[in-house]
Design a protein around this ligand. Structure first.
Ligand SMILES: NC(=O)c1ccc[n+]([C@@H]2O[C@H](COP(=O)([O-])OP(=O)(O)OC[C@H]3O[C@@H](n4cnc5c(N)ncnc54)[C@H](OP(=O)(O)O)[C@@H]3O)[C@@H](O)[C@H]2O)c1
Length: 325
């Protein structure tokens, strides 16, 4: 069965990659933001009822973690209220809702990877709004996959990789937080793994009952863990191997040389930001591996693939997830 798919957020990091990969799975509709605005319930209903998808993939979100502290109602409207509506419509159609959530639903007090069933306790407005979105999806009774990921980056969009490359062209010394730990995860690995899961679900012609049993929450991050400081160092160690003419790299550096010579570790207390972040938000991927036989590559491999991509399109093909062991 080739499903009709409705994708939101096609201009985002994950949505951009999904817009390419999901088109191979079924009939894909990916409306512009203005045509499916999560702040406008009428446009959400209109887009869903107009396309009648079997699969709704929500890659749209309010993701500005610091800005959310002063923009609570908008973050909540996009990340939670709109989710209730998407889930209600999915339930009405009998569609599967795939939704992305975050490691920031946790407070970071644990010191081993978080499981899907661990207690949540978000520290910031963004995390609270994402948790409320998860809860709305679960409460709706719609079949769903809630995919929690973290520290997402790509060679386009707004993210840590591109920020570090830009800063490295502006400053000789960079100070990076060294006491927050997570798993930097490349957007195209998330899209590739999601597409693999969905392809298996839809090409194996599973019954509604079998599909329902898969419904639930899954962590999906790169293997391994690191700090922002070590991630930053890894980026700058490898960056000189990227040709300055590669379009995404030239855009990130604006064609300027990398001049950063000293990378200094600092604590979260020294780097004041509006939103508090968990000190430890590594997620365990064992459920993903057990149920779907998927394991994303280690974060260092993902970074290498992302940097090695000649342009934004290549990244999708160079870094596919490997089967879990
Ligand atoms: N980024 C991370 O580090 C991170 C970490 C953990 C989890 N996640 C989750 O992973 C998912 C994908 O994140 P991402 O980094 O790919 O996001 P992103 O790059 O910030 O993209 C967000 C997308 O949402 C769209 N959008 C925002 N407001 C909208 C609205 N009112 N109506 C319709 N579309 C709207 C944006 O469209 P415009 O470009 O037109 O505004 C954009 O396409 C999200 O659920 C996010 O919470 C991300």
């Amino acid at each position: 069965m080739k499903p009709t798919i409705l994708l939101t957020g096609k201009t985002g990091q994950v949505g951009f990659e999904l817009n390419r990969s999901l088109s191979q799975l079924g009939r894909l509709f990916a409306p512009e933001h203005r045509d499916l605005d999560l702040l406008n319930p009428g446009s959400v209903r209109g887009a869903i009822r107009g396309t009648r998808p079997q699969l709704i993939v929500n890659a749209a979100a309010y993701t500005a973690v610091d800005a959310a502290e002063n923009d609570e109602s908008k973050a909540h409207a996009i990340n939670a209220e709109a989710l209730a509506l998407l889930a209600e419509e999915a339930k009405r159609l009998g569609a599967l809702l795939v939704h992305y959530s975050t490691d920031y639903v946790f407070d970071g007090t644990k010191r081993s990877p978080y499981n899907e069933t661990d207690e949540t306790n978000p520290l910031n407005v963004y995390g609270k709004s994402k948790l409320a979105g998860e809860q709305a999806v679960r409460a709706s009774g719609a079949r769903h996959l809630i995919i929690r990921t973290g520290w997402v980056y790509a060679n386009r969009g707004r993210n840590f990789l591109l920020t570090i490359l830009r800063l490295a062209t502006e400053r000789e010394e960079l100070r990076i937080v060294c006491d927050q730990f997570g798993a930097p995860t490349c957007a195209n690995d998330i899209a590739a793994a999601t597409t693999k899961i969905l392809t298996e679900m839809y090409t194996q012609d599973r019954s509604q009952t079998a599909m329902s049993s898969i419904s639930g929450t899954y962590n999906m991050t790169a293997a391994g863990e690191t700090s922002w400081y070590n991630f930053g160092k890894a980026i700058l160690d490898r960056a000189p191997s990227v040709s300055p003419e590669v379009p995404w790299f030239a855009a990130a550096t604006q064609g300027r040389p990398l001049i950063a010579k000293r990378i200094l570790p600092i604590s979260s207390d020294e780097f004041r930001s509006p939103a508090r972040r968990p000190l430890y938000s590594v997620l365990s991927n064992s459920r993903l591996s057990e149920i779907f036989h998927i394991a994303l590559p280690n974060w260092t491999t993902q970074l290498q693939c992302c940097l090695a991509a000649e342009n934004i399109d290549d990244a999708l093909f160079k870094s596919a997830p490997s089967p879990g062991s």
